[in-house]
Design a protein around this ligand. Structure first.
Ligand SMILES: [Zn+2]
Ligand SMILES: [Zn+2]
Length: 169
């Protein structure tokens, strides 16, 4: 989404309302992959506070990722607030901290939305709170039932020895 700020750039108190959609491509981050079932709905404004422009918006989308225990695909709603300071032209960059610099009169907010997504996404999502995950030995999804390894962890050779010891008693 491109926002044309030419109407407020020289007008302190000027505001542009934003209500639109930003499509974000698949993101790989910290070993997880996130794709988006819906574009981000971006609702907010860009305003001129006399010194800089300020972008404030609420972003929401449905994210497709994997349960961090059983690796099943899951859909997760995500919602976060963006608050960024924007300045026009590289030369002003040193005057402020943590600002986004734009040239001309147009601001593309797609990258701002995807960067803020990375800052707000949880490292782990579960398909359900009590997801049992996968068996570490055979890889079976333990939500679908127990596997054979979970009941009987004793090596068969030791089982025989255990029986011999029992007989001696
Ligand atoms: Zn799960
Ligand atoms: Zn198993």
């Amino acid at each position: 989404m491109i926002i044309d700020v030419s109407s407020i750039l020289k007008e302190t108190g000027g505001i542009i309302h934003i209500d639109g959609e930003v499509a974000v491509e698949e993101i790989e981050f910290c070993g997880n992959s996130y794709s988006f079932k819906t574009p981000f709905r971006v609702l907010g404004s860009v305003s001129n506070n006399g010194t800089t422009l300020v972008l404030e918006a609420d972003c929401s989308a449905i994210v497709k990722t994997q349960c961090s225990r059983c690796m099943k695909d899951i859909d997760v709603p995500i919602d976060f607030e963006i608050s960024e300071t924007l300045v026009q032209g590289e030369e002003k960059q040193d005057e402020f901290e943590d600002v986004i610099v734009f040239d001309g009169y147009e601001i593309s907010i797609d990258e701002i939305v995807s960067n803020n997504f990375i800052m707000n996404v949880d490292a782990r999502y579960l398909c359900k709170d009590d997801c049992k995950g996968l068996c570490p030995s055979c890889g079976k999804d333990l939500n679908e039932g127990e596997c054979n390894c979970s009941n009987d962890n004793i090596d068969p050779r030791w089982a025989k020895l255990a029986e011999m010891i029992k007989k001696k008693d």
